[in-house]
Design a protein around this ligand. Structure first.
Ligand code: NDP
Length: 334
């Protein structure tokens, strides 16, 4: 159906820790499969900030390491024990090593079957939205269960995850206080649901949060910036507030005394998406919710730009230089 599977494919790989020069576009063996494995031919794969953490050594990984965390494409081969998928099925999935033409993935893992009619534009949408939407859905449900009327501080509010969080906060009836580094980003965050806007390049974030909340502080802060905003979030939370620390865009938060949480009885959570989709019931529940929101057009995934897989390096430069708004996607050569 999809032609002969080659022995060699193109992948984006890092061969060391460092700057953009450790990113390589190379020939690599197509993985062999057995048992319950699927071989997926990727059509689109989403770019996430986490790739920069692997490259810079914030998160360890064995080199050479094929980057990528999510993709959408078609099953081109399956192991003899696979009963729940057929060759030709369109799928979207969360996995390592998706910046590749082919990825091996277990049929009982975090992979969702799409309808046979799914077209390329829809495949792109799933590759763009899956990981970040599940992050936003699970974090606003479980890391901090957002309630109607809550005041929520949201950093990187015009990024990939940020624009989805804005929409979910609005759906839940919360007041999103969006922080971003340019007015252009803030205008988009507003379109996507933010109620209050703070430009971190020219405004005092804490002062503005306290003005907005009449000196009380926010119920929760969704802080993916890490090192640079740790003190701001701690000060901006109200008594019994929840600190959701979920990223390190500015670097890792240095060690601190746990006693710093006591003056306001702060709860600190440091979630990762994988901990909320580890069992297949959770995976199904969140992916069903995601598909429902996409089909009903309640959730909009804003794609900043689609790059050819070979140009991942440009995508990395763009996202890390803070100029992107929404999601970056790579198109995989077929
Ligand atoms: P974004 O599109 O949000 O890009 C990162 C943004 O972080 C930038 O646009 C920038 O926005 C902001 N930022 C603030 N300070 C810095 C800095 N010093 N250097 C670079 N950027 C900075 O990325 P994603 O949507 O892919 O991810 C958002 C965050 O969520 C990341 O930190 C990521 O690691 C985290 N994440 C965590 C998950 C988990 O499971 N824990 C899952 C998915 C994402 P601005 O210029 O407006 O400040």
């Amino acid at each position: 159906m999809n032609g002969v599977i080659p022995k060699i494919q193109k992948v984006v790989v890092i061969d060391g820790v460092g700057g953009y020069d450790v990113i390589k576009y190379e020939d690599y063996p197509v993985p062999s499969i057995s048992g319950k494995d699927l071989l997926i031919k990727n059509k689109y794969t989403g770019v996430n900030y986490i790739e920069s953490y692997f490259r810079k050594g914030l998160y360890p990984c064995e080199k050479p390491y094929i980057l990528g965390r999510e993709a959408a494409g078609t099953i081109v081969a399956k192991g003899k024990d696979v009963t729940n998928f057929e060759i030709g099925d369109k799928v979207a999935y969360i996995s390592n090593s998706t910046f590749a033409q082919y990825t091996k993935f277990p049929s009982e893992g975090t992979v969702m079957k799409l309808s046979k009619e799914t077209n390329d534009e829809e495949l792109k949408l799933y590759a763009a939205g899956l990981l970040q939407a599940l992050t936003a859905l699970s974090f606003t449900n479980e890391a901090y269960h957002v309630r109607k009327g809550d005041y929520i501080l949201l950093f990187a509010a015009a990024g990939g995850v940020g624009l989805i969080l804005n929409q979910l906060l609005r759906m839940k009836g919360a007041h999103a206080i969006a922080v971003a580094s340019t007015d252009e980003k803030l205008e988009i965050a507003k379109e996507y649901g933010a109620e209050y806007l703070i430009n971190s390049s020219k405004e005092d974030i804490l002062k503005k949060v306290l003005e907005i909340t009449n000196g009380e502080g926010v119920d929760a802060s969704f802080d993916s910036v890490g090192k640079d905003t740790f003190e701001i979030t701690l000060a901006a939370l109200k008594r019994k507030g929840v600190f959701v620390s979920f990223g390190n865009a500015s670097g890792l938060i240095p060690p601190f005394s746990i006693n710093r949480l006591s003056p306001k009885n702060i709860t600190l959570v440091r979630p990762q998406l994988y901990g909320y989709i580890a069992d297949l019931k959770e995976w199904k529940s969140y992916t069903d919710e995601f598909v429902g929101l996409i089909n009903s057009k309640k959730l909009n995934i804003k794609i900043y730009k689609t790059y050819p897989l070979k140009d991942y390096k440009s995508a990395a430069v763009d996202i890390e230089s803070r100029k992107t708004i929404g999601k970056l996607v790579l198109e995989v050569p077929q």
